[in-house]
Design a protein. Sequence first.
Length: 565
Amino acid sequence: MPTPRPRWTWSRPRRSGTRRRPAAGTGDGRRAQIVDTSGLLGWLSVDPVNRNGDAHWHAHVTLAAMGRAADGGWSALASAGTESLFTSVGALGGLMEARARALCAERFGWQFRESAVTGRLEVAHVPDAAVRATSTRRADVVQAMLDAGLDPATVTPEQDDAAGRAARKAKTPGLEQAGSVVQRTREQVAAEGVDPVLVDPRIGDPARGVPRPPQGLGTEPGWVRTAAGGHQLYGPQAMADLQVLRPGEASRRRADGLVPGSWRAPRHDARALLLDEADGPTAHASSFTWRQALGIVAAGVEGFADRPACELLLEAALEDPRVVRLPDRAGHTPRYTLQTVLDAESTVLSAAEQAWFGGAPTVTADQLAGAVAGFTARTGYPPTAEQHAAVQRICRGGLGFDVLTGLPGTGKTTVMRIVADAYAAAGIPVTGVSTAAIAADNLAAEAVIPATTVARHLLATRAPDTTTHGRPAGDRAGSGHGGGGGVLIVDEAAMVDTRAMAALLERAAAAGTKVVAVGDDRQLPAVGIGGWFAPARAATGGLTLVDGACQVFCVRAAAIKIICL
């Protein structure tokens, strides 16, 4: 199997520098300088299985954190800045995957396709049922999420990592033996009704006399043997796929020797990978670097095995008008974003800036007083002054979009319960949404507000043949989810993706629905791209709850205030 060694030659010249401070020493305000070293020192280990014993070929690269400079001294590797090795890890991983696929195609004739199970390029002749059967590690991680009350579809990367650690198993000696891996894999796929021959690691190896995999699967292009001994992609889509390149660039680069003559056309459009909001570079961040994009393109596009070819494909994809290059900053690598991200951010901020123009549903003073009195009678204690001010603003302020921040234990649920009671007295429906199903259930149970997840709400309120920010848009009164003239409570709002929040606000505006975002941007981050909560709070002048209302001991409330403020 291929090793990552050839890929490191690309990054070594610029990314193995060490930081040296001037002779004057530290603490004098002078910046450290990057000095060249003799290279990287480390080792490589390749594992054919994961901790569960599933066939999962992967490599571990361990590098020493220090480098030897030209003067013989040793210093720590530069770990920050645009020239840091760490900024290239994603690109190196993507290029390594591309290299592995190219060698498997050349030596064994394997084709690759995007798997519905993993969302990544997998061996084409291995069906998804086999991929699923040999992915027991991921099944364990998903179960750990469910055990923790998390929705696997909406977890943050941090929660995903935590679930992975919780589901981690100790390595079992002997699992990496070739015979054990092959036998276990055969048994796993056979249990799912898959022919074990399809997962035979020898398939396509002429030295072992095992036939190559089937060619031209379905309507997909196939591979044919070339005179040079490589494999060329053929089929009606092959030439069309090459149109993602600039006219004439492919032949020019091939003539210049920058791209091998056995150029293979891609199965996927690199632009689609960059524009993918669910799994692309803006899935969890509002912007991305050129190197991050290179890693995604190299890992996701079939047929490009060399860095120049991947870079050429990326350059063409970045010229798409839907990809926006952000203003350059001195000393920083260029960054990009998508037009849909900018549109979503503009929608949220515009809604916050226009919130004061009024027209949103309100309640009378008597209706609000009745809700406060009812809460006091049920619980035996009245709301705090902060809570009462928040309720007064939400129910009587007339803002179409309101933002309430609350530290842990300050009674955000109390505020939402009183708000729901006040609007109910006025005959105005109140519904709620949250990123996770368990949070929506808690909102329904504790604040007595009918609630669902953001994803389900957007699905239920979409209008046919209308899209906004790449997702269904438009709301209609009577949908049962914050319909005409109602109030929509967005709980744990700081965790809501910016694009999803923009869609919520657009649909609410169309239906005359007031939106109240309740959360704390200093706790868990957004599941997708975030950062809208604090600017929206500033634009609306939203209130912040800081006094602990449900802490048993005053010292706990004081500690939370010190930590969070």
